[in-house]
Design a protein around this ligand. Structure first.
Ligand SMILES: [Zn+2]
Ligand SMILES: [Zn+2]
Length: 277
């Protein structure tokens, strides 16, 4: 498996960081976790067209994680020469989100059907709402949804992906919790969205201070990784935006709490998991 951070940004605009989205390539399968700002551009950078997305896994419905779902739906639809449903998995509310997104796209869908003789139907999205503990397969990838804690945002899910003996834990936005520990147990790669609370606390804006109570700090991500026996901690969704050249500063904050490998950096940074089976 390859885990590729398509976007390492957050709602805070950055010219260098796309919004949160992570690609897991496993065999011939392309699993896209979240659809943040610029996701289709970043997919193009790694040679994966929207038509090649096997499934979309949504962690929660915060705008930074879903803002370009509409672009995935549209490009998956128009770039597939044969009609092919887009599979979307997410927590309760995902169906309403997809319906609303399709409603937003209705003008475009009509224009394209009217214009292209070989396009006779709109995008088909197969949405599955999951509860914590639900498991499903996409080709030979086994995926299980876990409860995370991003309260007051509810519900939120993390995804454990198992393929060829390897395990990837995609946590999304969450503070440490029992569900997160179970999700990450003995994972090869644990992807965690993080904030630097030491930097956020210095900004005299209440709206920024509000985010402190529902994200893992860099230290907490490292502590979760250590507790769960993770091999590699892959940090993303840097708040505030990670300034290039400051990677080592972030790594040093995590280091005392975790003995494994710590990876962070620019968009498109990736970690490979060797097949064990
Ligand atoms: Zn969130
Ligand atoms: Zn977020």
């Amino acid at each position: 498996m390859d885990v590729i951070l398509l976007g390492t940004g957050s709602p805070i605009p950055s010219p260098h960081r796309a919004g949160p989205a992570t690609l897991v390539k496993a065999g011939g399968v392309n699993l896209l976790a979240d659809c943040g700002r610029g996701v289709v551009m970043r997919l193009a950078a790694v040679g994966v067209g929207p038509a090649a997305i096997s499934a979309v896994l949504l962690t929660h419905m915060h705008s930074d994680h879903i803002t370009d779902l509409n672009d995935i739906i549209t490009t998956h639809w128009v770039m597939n020469t044969a009609p092919q449903p887009l599979k979307v998995f997410g927590p309760k509310g995902a169906e309403a989100l997809v319906e609303a997104t399709l409603a937003m796209l209705a003008f475009d869908v009509k224009y394209r059907i009217d214009h292209h003789a070989d396009l006779n139907a709109g995008p088909v999205v197969e949405t599955t709402e999951l509860e914590p503990g639900d498991s499903f397969s996409v080709s030979d990838c086994a995926i299980t949804a876990y409860q995370t804690d991003h309260s007051p945002v509810f519900p939120t899910l993390g995804y454990r992906i198992e393929h060829a003996g390897g395990v990837v834990a995609l946590a999304g936005d969450t503070v440490p919790c029992a569900g997160l520990d179970a999700l990450c147990k003995d994972a090869d790669v644990y992807v965690q969205t993080v904030i630097r609370d030491d930097l956020v606390r210095r900004v005299p804006l209440q709206r920024l201070q509000d985010i402190l109570d529902y994200h893992s700090t860099v230290e907490q991500a490292a502590q979760t990784a250590e507790r769960a026996g993770v091999r590699t901690l892959l940090m993303t969704h840097y708040v505030p935006n990670l300034i290039p050249g400051q990677e080592e500063v972030w790594r040093e904050i995590a280091r005392p709490h975790f003995n494994g490998e710590i990876v962070l950096g620019d968009d498109l940074i990736s970690v490979s998991v060797a097949a064990k089976a």
